[in-house]
Design a protein around this ligand. Structure first.
Ligand SMILES: [Zn+2]
Length: 285
């Protein structure tokens, strides 16, 4: 094991290439998680409701995340192993199902490439180290949260709260922030959006965000500390505005837009460029 780390430290580019391959493979798994989690949660909620009201519930459980092989959503045929190679399969099959020619969304290879690019960047920035491992976890959680929020307008607690606990746990190693900074960051993250939400509701009578967003920003605070939350909210607002404008220009404007994807962009950018952003926000500190 120490030999492997030694070799990877001696050839940093070999590590980046390895990280990109890992990013592609995990990206392919993230697609499965994004696709299968919402139906599983819905089934669990219905089960809870039935238990609570003591009614009968017979709906069969949707496929689990691991172990069940992927099927084409249209023709239901099980995908062959070579249909599951990240990005390459999409190119070979020219974006269509190998059996029924149903178009496959560009989103699948896009998520694989995004995961590969971000994990590659983390490898380049941190080398073979614990901060690299934690950066990967943050990247993968945020990718899944982003696309589940786009699909369902929900951020599952299982994801946002796990991310929050992970942030608190990793603060024990103190390679970026201390545990007290993480705890205060989580508190301020939750309370800041919670206050904005209630103020907005009092002033306009409308609900502009959801509780999932508060929990996601709390997780961001646990990973980044309180100071950087200003950067997160600034980047989230700017990127949200840019996307909304782009949609308006392309005449594809949707009235309801999820905030989770933009918070995720803000958290990730602040994680990678925290020091530079702190210098920008608080010059002289
Ligand atoms: Zn098919």
């Amino acid at each position: 094991m120490t030999d492997i780390i030694g070799v990877l430290s001696a050839y940093p580019w070999a590590f980046v290439v390895l990280a990109v391959v890992i990013g592609l493979l995990v990206g392919s798994f993230l697609n499965v998680v994004i696709f299968r989690t919402p139906p599983l949660l819905e089934h669990a909620w219905k089960q809870d409701y039935a238990d609570f009201t003591e009614t009968e519930f017979t709906e069969t459980k949707p496929p689990g995340i691991a172990l069940t092989r992927s099927h084409c959503p249209k023709c239901k045929k099980q995908l062959a192993a070579w249909h599951n190679i990240p990005v390459l399969s999409y190119l070979f099959l020219r974006g269509k199902c190998g059996f029924c020619q149903q178009k496959i969304s560009f989103r699948y290879p896009f998520i694989e490439m995004l995961s590969a690019a971000l994990v590659g960047f983390a490898a380049f920035s941190y080398g073979a180290s614990l901060p690299f491992v934690t950066a990967c976890l943050l990247i993968w959680f945020l990718i899944v949260i982003t696309w589940i929020d786009i699909d369902t307008f929900l951020i599952p607690d299982q994801l946002s709260l796990s991310l929050l606990w992970l942030g608190l746990f990793f603060s024990l190693f103190e390679f970026s922030i201390t545990p007290s900074q993480a705890i205060i960051g989580a508190l301020i993250g939750y309370l800041s959006l919670w206050s904005v939400f209630h103020l907005f509701k009092i002033l306009t009578g409308k609900e502009g965000m959801g509780y999932g967003d508060f929990k996601l920003l709390a997780a961001g605070g646990a990973w980044l500390g309180a100071e950087l939350l200003i950067a997160v909210l600034f980047i989230a607002s700017i990127s949200g505005l840019v996307f909304a404008l782009a949609q308006k220009i392309m005449n594809n404007y949707q009235n309801k837009i999820p905030f989770g994807p933009y918070l995720s962009i803000g958290i990730l950018v602040s994680y990678f460029f925290g020091d530079q952003l702190i210098n920008l926000l608080f010059p002289g500190l």
